[in-house]
Design a protein around this ligand. Structure first.
Ligand SMILES: NC(=O)c1ccc[n+]([C@@H]2O[C@H](COP(=O)([O-])OP(=O)(O)OC[C@H]3O[C@@H](n4cnc5c(N)ncnc54)[C@H](OP(=O)(O)O)[C@@H]3O)[C@@H](O)[C@H]2O)c1
Length: 248
């Protein structure tokens, strides 16, 4: 390990790694020296990213195509990670999405999709990873949202999934902190990723550069959380646009 690679020897698993914040997080963790396991549904994108990350940062990078709503697939994802790398030190629960919007007009399918990916997916991954993370006094990072801290009239169900995330994360923190687990919730406002494409233009097109956060900024915060060593943690990080409250 050098000062430049503080995560050398650590293994990090990132869900939703095929795009946006997750892909940027895989790069940030690899830059810091971690071997990375990339999970999402898009097999080809994951394989390309794994090859690029490995070549760029000189770490091991594995693509493990996984739908986080499938509990058996999530169990296999964690098992494959532990088999390949001998353990798991960091889980980034990032996979998430929004479906639109207005409660009175929301289909049950849209409701269930958000609950399945944003809540069930984080539960399944956390449940499978916990014994390994505790064993290594590791770091569990959740991608929450500003929408999980303040009411969001435009999409109450999406917001509720992110309130769930924060409630779950901090309760897991309370349950496992004395066993050495570090838990962090990272709350972005708008990020220029593919997010939002199901309810309009993706945010990377809806916002010009400089109008919203970039995925790499959120990834840096996640990597900061993942670098926390016992006995310290960073419980919550709010990464807001400076003008967010002006346009609340
Ligand atoms: N962008 C924002 O403004 C913003 C703000 C606050 C919080 N967030 C949160 O940040 C996280 C990442 O979003 P993003 O902005 O990076 O969006 P994104 O660019 O749309 O990326 C979403 C990622 O989630 C994956 N995913 C979706 N459904 C999945 C499933 N069933 N199983 C496995 N992976 C799945 C996608 O991959 P596949 O399609 O390949 O499966 C993709 O890699 C989400 O939790 C989101 O709620 C975003």
């Amino acid at each position: 390990m050098t000062d430049d690679t503080p995560l050398d020897g650590r293994t990090a698993l990132v869900t939703g790694a095929s795009a946006g914040i997750g892909a940027a997080t895989a790069r940030a963790l690899a830059r810091d020296g971690a071997d990375v396991v990339l999970a999402a549904r898009s097999e080809e994108r994951l394989s390309e990213l794994a090859a690029d990350v490995s070549a760029t940062y000189g770490v091991e990078a594995e693509a493990v195509p996984t739908d986080v709503t499938d509990e058996d697939a999530v169990a296999a994802m964690v098992e494959a990670t532990v088999d390949e790398f001998g353990g798991l030190d960091v889980l980034v629960n990032n996979a998430g999405l929004a479906r639109g919007g207005d409660v009175a007009e929301m289909s049950t399918d849209a409701y269930r999709t958000m609950m399945d990916v944003n809540c069930d997916g984080m539960f399944f991954a956390t449940r499978e990873a916990l014994p390994h993370l505790v064993e290594n006094e590791g770091n569990l990072v959740f991608v929450g949202s500003f929408a999980g801290q303040y009411p969001r009239p435009g999409n109450p169900v999406y917001a509720a999934t992110k309130w769930w995330t924060r409630g779950f994360a901090h309760s897991v923190e309370a349950a496992y902190g004395d066993e050495g687990l570090a838990v962090t919730v990272v709350n972005p406002t708008e990020v220029r990723s593919e997010f939002g494409s199901e309810v309009g233009d993706p945010f990377e097109e809806r916002f010009e550069p400089g109008e919203a956060s970039e995925p790499a900024e959120i990834a840096d915060a996640i990597a900061f959380a993942a670098r926390q060593k016992p006995p310290s943690t960073v419980s919550e990080l709010d990464l807001y646009r400076r003008d967010k409250f002006a346009h609340f």
